[in-house]
Design a protein around this ligand. Structure first.
Ligand SMILES: [Zn+2]
Length: 314
């Protein structure tokens, strides 16, 4: 797709006024520079509408029209092209560099008082040595990820970032992610046809322990989903969303559901959990799991109502 990301900056640099649309963030309007050429009086009413994403542009005075509006305007007004989006794209592709000092906790958990505490922390969060090996949990006492059990995030077999959970009480932030991390945790190589997504790593570990044979269980590391994450779900047919119980979590689940619904079969629990998955017992989880149903307007309403109610109760 053509890239018009820097168009507004090109206008700003030359001091050309523009008015952004209130309803569509990609829409902006300028005084049409083509009107006079096409035999109309000069435009002073911002009648050239420009879509900075698609490039579609049209003047409602002279009728000038283009699918490459931003470039045409840049040429006409002799503006300096600014390629903001291009720079962002390159940044996104920049290779992740592993910080120094992180070591395998499975191999080194006995090394120090802190590594033992880290190991103990993971046991308390429901992991065992096998899963610590399997998830390749790392640990260090130095640098940004010091005193955090640190989970590599993979795309296929490549580590693209880290999520570090503090083991020190009151250390903020509790979760530290590699900047720009935009991948789902725990989707490696080929996911199964059904994927269950939850917000956080420890919830995914808990649910994976119960449904390992039936589906891939993974964490989106937040309450939204990005395009690079959706790209990781190639060949997946069904996505089950396991919501966090707080209002933000419930709303996030519905938002993700509607974002994904054109590409996957989407399902959510009909019984909306009141606790975090990793704080629930196996039988409790199973009860919620059995209530999973396909996304519908009534299910959406149920979640929105619960989110509202839980916000008021909080
Ligand atoms: Zn015009």
């Amino acid at each position: 797709m053509a890239n018009f990301g820097g168009f507004r900056n090109s206008l700003r640099i030359k001091g050309i006024p523009f008015i952004d649309s209130d309803t569509n963030k990609n829409e902006t309007r300028i005084c049409c520079p083509f009107c006079v050429d096409l035999g109309e009086s000069p435009d002073s009413k911002f009648r050239l509408g420009i879509n900075t994403r698609t490039g579609q542009s049209q003047c409602f005075n002279c009728g000038w029209k283009s699918r490459f509006g931003p470039q045409a305007v840049i040429r006409k007004l002799q503006l300096q092209p600014v390629h903001v989006a291009q720079e962002e794209e390159e940044e996104e592709k920049a290779k992740f560099e592993m910080p120094q000092g992180l070591i395998s906790l499975a191999k080194h958990w006995k090394d120090s008082r802190w590594s033992k505490l880290a190991y103990k922390y993971l046991l308390e969060r429901g992991m065992d040595l096998t899963s610590i090996i399997h998830k390749n949990v790392l640990f260090t006492e130095r640098g940004r990820f010091a005193y955090r059990v640190t989970f590599p995030v993979y795309i296929k077999d490549e580590i693209v970032g880290l999520v570090g959970r503090s083991i020190v009480k009151d250390q903020e932030p509790r979760y530290l992610n590699t900047p720009g991390l935009r991948a789902i945790w725990n989707i490696r190589k080929r996911p199964m046809k059904t994927v269950m997504l939850c917000e956080g790593i420890f919830k995914a570990i808990k649910l994976e322990g119960l449904y390992y044979d039936e589906m891939t269980v993974a964490a989106v590391l937040g309450h939204s989903i990005t395009q690079p994450q959706i790209d990781q779900l190639k060949r997946v047919e069904k996505v089950i969303l396991w919501p966090d119980p707080d209002p933000v979590g419930l709303k996030g689940a519905i938002k993700i559901a509607y974002k994904l619904q054109s590409q996957f079969q989407i399902a959510l629990p009909g019984i909306i959990p009141t606790k975090q998955a990793d704080e629930m017992g196996g039988a409790e989880i199973e009860k919620v799991f059995r209530s999973v149903e396909l996304l519908s307007d009534s299910l959406k309403n149920k979640y929105e109502f619960a989110a509202m109610k839980r916000r008021d109760d909080a």
